[in-house]
Write a protein that binds this ligand. Structure first.
Ligand code: FAD
Length: 447
């Protein structure tokens, strides 16, 4: 009897436990299904829509190599899955476990609906993360609240050997595949110019290249002017790449590789936090009694990269042009919004999700909360001074010079404080006094 493999954000054929199990149970007869669900706002974000369209086309190619093809449906995910499962009289539907509130609702509704139809829902863990949320737990409590002890235990978990792509799949007769969506079918609006191509093939090529230069990670990781990180985040977000396979391939033999794998543990950490506390996608994980200011003009200046603080504006311009921002800049721009301007982290998180090609509820919301000091940072009241940060992490000013060319004539670190150097620059004055803002935040927090 056939089965259905419901793809969500595990768009690959290598190391794909959901597809493997569905194919095994159906003895090769399987419907690989993707539903463009009306409820998923992320499909309507142009940068992610482009990446998703590429990824679905590539997944279809991978499935054709295995003997099947991708079936695409539009509408309510539960209704579409029930219809397709009914058409082929599937015994079971297989899907990856996931952590967002949406994924939780989807799982419950599928369980109920399929149950009414006499079909089983099989949920597979450790598909979107290396280690499934809930696997690594502290001695008391249901999840780790601090990264370091989480990581210690996480590093000791035995992961499965990666699975090869399946062979000998058959699409049950009479199932119409449906057209693969183009990016413009999914979302209106322009995409960033510097977007990477989506899909498993591009992901695997990028990993091969990255593993050849992973030794740069230790020195280059925090310097945004260098291309010193993997830029694998969108591939991990859409599951074009198995995080388990990536962690195993990277290994921990060198310090740089171990440092890289540690970042994958951060990703898992934020997923386990959100899985345990789903309300943290919209509410403070830890209530610090904040009464965020409201200032639409200051928020607009931040969002439109005209704060007058060059490192902040450079980061925001990178976001808009590439649909991606270096981690150090995400920290600096996030801290500036929440701690220098004392504006609500949710505003920043929403703006990021509207542009990031790797925009991901667990990673984005929990990192924003970390930056705002309402999350899992053990030093929640620290304020990143953007000038100190700029001088440390952009020591020659090259990152700012690239993104804020109107300041290019200022040499070296002079570019980070244009207001000190006079001249007639076409660049605004800072919208806030950084020293004063930092102490205002600390006193608002009573720190
Ligand atoms: P690398 O340095 O090459 O790291 C490898 C992988 O590890 C990344 O691809 C990512 O999957 C994971 N990783 C690295 N750093 C972190 C981290 N701090 N937290 C969780 N996972 C991490 N990451 C997202 O994937 N989606 C988001 O929406 C997102 N929003 C963020 C918002 C803020 C305010 C901050 C501070 C960070 C955010 N991050 C997010 C985390 C991090 O900035 C990106 O994962 C990273 O910059 C991606 O680039 P890379 O693939 O080159 O990373």
């Amino acid at each position: 009897m056939p089965t259905v493999c419901l793809f969500t954000r595990d768009l690959r054929v290598h190391d794909q436990p959901v597809l493997h199990a569905a194919a095994e149970q159906g003895d090769g007869d399987v419907v690989p299904l993707f539903v463009v669900d009306d409820e998923v706002e992320g499909f309507r974000v142009p940068n992610r829509a482009r990446f998703l369209a590429d990824s679905l086309a590539d997944l279809d190619a991978g499935l054709r190599n295995a003997g099947a093809r991708l079936v695409v449906r539009w509408g309510d995910v539960v209704e579409e899955v029930r219809t397709v499962a009914g058409e082929v009289d599937a015994t079971a539907v297989h899907v990856a476990g996931d952590v967002s509130a949406y994924a939780g609702r989807r799982r419950e509704a599928l369980e109920k609906g399929l149950g009414e139809d006499g079909r089983e829902l099989v949920v597979h863990d450790a598909v979107v993360t290396v280690v499934a949320p809930g696997t690594v737990t502290p001695t008391s409590g249901d999840h780790f609240k601090i990264f370091t002890p989480y990581h210690r235990k996480w590093a000791g978990v035995e992961t499965r050997a990666p699975l090869d792509p399946p062979r000998g799949l058959r699409l049950p007769k009479g199932v119409k595949a449906g057209a693969l969506p183009a990016a413009t079918d999914l979302a209106d609006g322009d995409t960033a110019h510097g977007l990477l191509p989506g899909g498993e093939k591009a992901a695997r090529a990028r990993v091969d290249d990255w593993l050849d230069r992973i030794d740069e990670y230790g020195q280059g990781q925090d310097l945004p002017a260098r291309d010193g990180t993997s830029r694998l985040s969108p591939y991990l977000h859409f599951g074009c790449l198995s995080p388990t396979e990536l962690a195993r391939r990277a290994g921990t033999d060198s310090e740089a590789a171990a440092q890289f794998v540690r970042q994958l543990a951060w990703r898992d950490f934020h997923h386990q936090t959100l899985a345990a506390v789903p309300r943290a996608s919209t509410q403070d994980y830890r209530d610090r009694g904040d009464r965020w200011r409201r200032d639409d003009e200051e928020f607009a200046a931040w969002a439109e990269a005209r704060t007058g603080v060059p490192i902040v504006d450079a980061g925001m311009r990178q976001l808009h042009h590439e649909g991606w921002m270096h981690n150090r800049l995400r920290l600096i721009t996030g801290s500036f919004l929440t701690k220098s301007l004392y504006l609500d982290w949710r505003l920043g998180a929403r703006h990021f999700l509207g542009h990031l090609v790797d925009g991901d509820v667990a990673n984005n919301q929990m990192n924003w909360q970390w930056v705002a000091g309402t999350g899992t940072d053990t030093r929640p009241n620290r304020v990143l001074n953007p000038i100190t940060q700029a001088k440390r992490y952009d020591p020659d000013g090259d990152f700012v010079r690239h993104w804020v060319p109107e300041l290019a004539e200022l040499e070296g670190t002079r570019i980070h404080e244009p207001w000190k150097h006079g001249g007639n620059l076409d660049y605004p004055a800072p919208i806030v006094d950084l020293e004063q803002a930092g102490s205002a935040f600390r006193s608002a927090r009573g720190a």
